[in-house]
Design a protein around this ligand. Structure first.
Ligand SMILES: [Zn+2]
Ligand SMILES: [Zn+2]
Length: 310
């Protein structure tokens, strides 16, 4: 098996897509990050960025063999931070989901008495899309994930979801991909998940739609400690956050400065600012990126199609 651990940004925009000329250097698609860990494909969120990823996966699938039955099936694990539109709106247009040989396992938070399956069915399919969730005819699994869950991906393709009782019996094997979550409470009301993906002695943290507290979010800093790459929400400037006319405090997003402070406290080796405000165009973001990357060459702004090797 390959030992590579790579991250490719497929959508970096927060709130809504910005398919507008002066926004395309950073990118107009909403949240989606493609992660490859050995032979496993993990997708973080299903904003509109997942659509192009789906097309590329289909292309590889078609080229893998001439006859349909011999083609190498697509296998992916999709981790949802939460089910706000900008994190799921690409999912009904993810073409591999309509290929019977595809195996797609989706993990995310349930909300109250509703399971993740109930919620995805209600907000993405049925009344708001021509197809129902039952028309997604791949081998589809939808699983509720909580902050005490641990998901182990075997290189063979097997996925093992452990809970607080079964996790104690798990013995980590070399090449296992281990996924844990940290729950934030501010955004939305029933919370959002940040994910930690560990593979081959490297750690990736994905923390979007996350607001930091005064004096830092100590539990999160502990969760993210020593990350090789921290992808962190960075939607607002300080001025926007505390604006007297329209303050963004409490909206569940961080400022660029909060992302920087969190990276410092967590001793993250690299920091990718992420989930950009749809009002911030390329010129505006470039200026802020220059300011932060001048302070530390390991800080950078996520850009659509940028690939990072961990
Ligand atoms: Zn968002
Ligand atoms: Zn959100």
């Amino acid at each position: 098996m390959e030992k590579n651990f790579t991250v490719k940004f497929r959508g970096v925009r927060g709130s809504y897509p910005t398919p507008v000329r002066n926004f395309l250097h950073y990118g107009g698609n909403t949240s989606c990050v493609e992660v490859v860990a050995g032979d496993r494909l993990i997708i973080l969120d299903a904003g509109t960025g997942i659509i192009e990823l789906g097309k590329e996966l289909m292309q590889s699938f078609i080229l893998s063999a001439e006859d349909f039955a011999s083609r190498k099936p697509i296998s992916a694990v999709l981790l949802l931070s939460h089910i706000h539109q900008d994190h799921i709106q690409g999912l009904p247009f993810f073409n591999p989901a309509y290929v019977p040989s595809t195996k797609l396992d989706i993990y995310g938070l349930s909300a109250g008495k509703k399971t993740l399956r109930d919620n995805l069915s209600a907000v993405l399919f049925d009344k708001v899309f021509p197809l129902g969730l039952e028309d997604v005819n791949c081998e589809l699994g939808i699983f509720d994930f909580v902050s005490t869950s641990v998901l182990v991906l075997k290189q063979s393709g097997e996925n093992i979801l452990l809970n607080s009782n079964t996790v104690t019996s798990y013995v980590k094997k070399e090449n296992d991909v281990v996924i844990r979550a940290h729950k934030t409470f501010a955004h939305p009301k029933n919370g959002s998940l940040c994910y930690k993906i560990e593979f081959n002695n490297k750690t990736l943290i994905y923390a979007t739609d996350k607001e930091t507290y005064m004096g830092s979010d100590k539990k999160f800093v502990e969760f993210a400690h020593g990350a090789d790459l921290l992808i962190h929400d960075a939607q607002y400037t300080n001025q926007e956050y505390i604006s007297s006319i329209s303050p963004k405090q409490g909206f569940g997003h961080s400022t660029h400065q909060m992302a920087e402070e969190t990276a410092k406290l967590a001793k993250a080796k690299r920091l990718a600012f992420f989930h950009f405000d749809p009002n911030h165009n390329d010129e505006f973001l470039s200026q802020i990126e220059a300011e932060y990357s001048a302070k530390n060459s390991h800080y950078f702004f996520a850009k659509e199609n940028l690939e990072i090797v961990l």
